[in-house]
Design a protein around this ligand. Structure first.
Ligand SMILES: C[S@@+](CC[C@H](N)C(=O)[O-])C[C@H]1O[C@@H](n2cnc3c(N)ncnc32)[C@H](O)[C@@H]1O
Length: 332
């Protein structure tokens, strides 16, 4: 029953909402959104709309990333093709995405201060921005894929196209910066370092940087779950990813990087963040979630419960497919 309730709650986050004229009060307060959600969501959107506009946040002389450079981050520019062809908007509602979503939500709720200013870099269609705004935070989404930004805007998020490596925001302007996506798409370590340096730069002293990685074992677990480890080629491919963090010919070639937990922690420490901690999201039982649609399988609740248990043992962190690293900008 608890699982059904949770799944209903998640589904309700993404339920389509009807467009309609805004109230006179919203227009007066500058929240004259092209579309609005009813009731409580609309009032939080007004607070989000109060975030400074990108044009005001853009520091003078900030280097813009030329289009060709954006493409080069994935070696051949195929990152945008990858996402423009896939349903990222519903990934976290799928059977395999639910535990990642719930655990991310719980971890973030446990560390965010009330009414935070949050920059959600790689925020895609706004799956996290939606509930963060409902929780009372002010959220700005940035994503490199224009289609994701369009989706996020159509759901009512403040969203703009941008690159994690060159953020168009002034120093120290956010209480928390989320990087839930860019690090695992930046193959070159110097690009990941740039993204983390930018996240630190725009976080206020004492503010949080939260970065997601996909773990080294993730593809092996996913292939196992899907019954795809039945050939030597497949086994060799996942073994190469585990050994090297990427594969030039197999899954995610050129657009995915897979971290060890130590590597992820070290990248945050090297970026000058302190109190760095890593948390596994899906836990070790996630491969038991069979592929398919429908979030009403009781196994999902059990996998989630086991992920919570595993979170007490740091040595199990890398057994999750996604890992969150949390660091704090020191007072300087
Ligand atoms: C798997 S999605 C994750 C979306 C969402 N944050 C989540 O946690 O479900 C990864 C996102 O990172 C975005 N991304 C990848 N590299 C980026 C970069 N350099 N700058 C901004 N966004 C980037 C992608 O476009 C994509 O929307």
């Amino acid at each position: 029953m608890a699982v059904v309730t949770l799944i209903w709650a998640i589904g309700s986050l993404h339920r389509p909402w009807s467009p309609g004229a805004n109230t006179a009060e919203e227009r007066r307060s500058g929240c004259d959104l092209p579309q609005r959600r009813p009731t409580v969501v609309a009032s939080f959107r007004c607070r989000a709309a109060a975030l400074p506009q990108a044009s005001l946040l853009q520091p003078a002389g900030l280097p813009k990333v030329p289009a060709a450079n954006i493409g080069s981050m994935s070696g051949d520019g195929s990152l945008i093709d990858f996402y423009e062809s896939g349903p990222e908007a519903v990934r976290l509602q799928s059977r395999e995405g639910l535990v990642e979503f719930l655990r991310t939500q719980r971890v973030l709720r446990s560390i965010l201060e009330p009414a935070s200013r949050i920059l959600d870099v790689g925020g895609a269609s706004g799956a996290h921005a939606d509930w963060l705004v409902r929780d009372g935070h002010r959220v700005q989404v940035v994503d490199i894929v224009p289609g994701h930004v369009d989706d996020a805007r159509s759901r009512g998020s403040n969203a703009q196209v941008g690159d994690a490596r060159v953020l168009a925001f002034v120093d120290q302007s956010f209480d928390a910066v989320l990087l839930l996506g860019p690090l695992y798409h930046l193959i070159d370590p110097s690009d990941r370092a740039r993204a983390l340096a930018e996240a630190r730069r725009v976080a206020r002293p004492g503010g949080l940087v939260v970065a997601a990685a996909v773990s080294r074992i993730a593809v092996a677990l996913d292939y196992l779950r899907k019954g795809r480890l039945d050939s030597k080629d497949a086994l060799d491919m996942v073994a190469r990813i585990c050994a090297n963090g990427h594969d030039d010919t197999g899954f995610g070639a050129g657009i995915f990087y897979f971290h060890t937990v130590d590597e992820l922690r070290t990248e945050l420490v090297d970026a000058g963040l302190s109190d760095v901690a890593a948390r596994g999201l899906e836990g070790p039982a996630w491969p038991l979630i069979a592929p398919g649609t429908g979030g009403d399988d009781p196994i999902i609740g059990l996998v989630d419960a086991i992920a919570e248990m595993a979170d007490h043992d740091e040595s199990l962190t890398g057994a999750s497919s996604h890992v969150l690293a949390i660091g704090r900008r020191t007072a300087s």
